[in-house]
Design a protein around this ligand. Sequence first.
Ligand code: C2E
Ligand code: MG
Ligand code: MG
Length: 426
Amino acid sequence: MIDSADMMMEEHGFESDYLSLAVSPASETVFQPKDVRQNSAQFVGANRVLIVDDDPQIQRLLSQVARRVGYETIAADTIDSALESIQGGAALILLDLQLDGCDGLGLIDRLSLSHPGTPIVLMSGCDPRLLTMAENACKEHDCTIAGVLSKPFEMSALATILKRYRRDTAETARQRLEQAMRTGAIVAHYQPIVDLQTGILAGAEALVRWAHPELGLLSPANIIPQAEENGLMPDLTFLMLEQAIRDWGNLPVDYRNLNVAVNVSPSVLADDHLVVKVVELLKTYDLPPERLTLEITESASLLDVPKVRTALCRLRLLGVELSLDDFGTGYSSLLALRDLPFNKVKLDRAFVTHADAQPEQLAIATSVTRLVHDLNLKLVGEGIESQQCFDLSRQIGMDYGQGFLIARPIGYSDFRKYACMHPSMN
Ligand code: C2E
Ligand code: MG
Ligand code: MG
């Protein structure tokens, strides 16, 4: 019987690198679960991995790796036993696509109904093209694919994925995030926003990223839920405000009309310090208030919490721009537009990205643009990914546009280069 992980790894053709747990280099690719609002479960779910593989030795090997990373493990070798085992919950599923007598895709079909959103690592020794096709099939089932490993694979690759999804204890999660904020690992990336009618660069939205020493660049989906759970949203917001206001204060004089938008969650708007902090930062970095936009996601508390309403009014009176983010999703409310001092609306990408191909999206985008203009506000279209969508957004009269077609979020120095190549509104 083979006992040690090393011997098993050799036996199965895996490279014996797990024991050194090689650290993957920081990657430019943002680790991005599907949606920041859907995926906080990875931090609150059970710290358990379900291993579905019909080879007992591989089961033991994977289990050993997962346990070293800090998980509990359960193993199954058939679809039925997997479905039974997962009833107690799992943070992650490691799934061999070629199970004896059945295919792993059949399991995915059923898991997408019983445990939607549980991240899955696909493993297989089949033709890599087939593995890619299987991955695409999973995406069609709306599954979260945490990784795809073509056997034989390096154990460090598996360990890296496992670490990403590991649920830290509340204390260590808080400490790590606090340390990241203290040491400058939490950074603002900037996604350009253009004036759709002139094509000229109008500004950018600051989006939080975590330059993680082991996991590469982490997206808000890995940061915001942790910050919320640990009461760190005010600190995170102040840090982002400071970076953005400082960066914009430092832009060359030629770019003095560019605006920067910072996301502020409604819970932070109720913080008594927010308005004072914004005033202080604008003064310190000599940035006129109209060059700062605060983006606030629609939420019930915008209307219901008096402190939030007061903060919005004070900010607007100071001259800071206010944008209602993700309009059309969540707690959409026309009352927010009627009763709160927003001067911009950001139409969610769910109504923009495919407006050129889907008549329903186009109808909503057109009507919202008209409504927003009738209210004397400006409309920003989010999620412009194609030229057709860009052209259409312009045609229906949207004022500003943001999306991967124009540019992805980039670091400050790259943003400065981008701004250099794209004239501003001077
Ligand atoms: P958001 O404020 O609506 O920001 C836009 C998100 O859409 C960004 O995702 C951006 O990368 C993505 N995006 C932009 N263009 C396209 C496109 O053409 N196609 C697609 N598919 N996506 C596009 P990101 O950076 O992952 O941020 C997600 C959300 O996290 C943000 O949505 C915002 O709600 C939140 N967030 C980000 N940074 C902060 C922050 O500093 N504070 C707070 N409170 N929330 C933040
Ligand atoms: Mg936003
Ligand atoms: Mg948005």
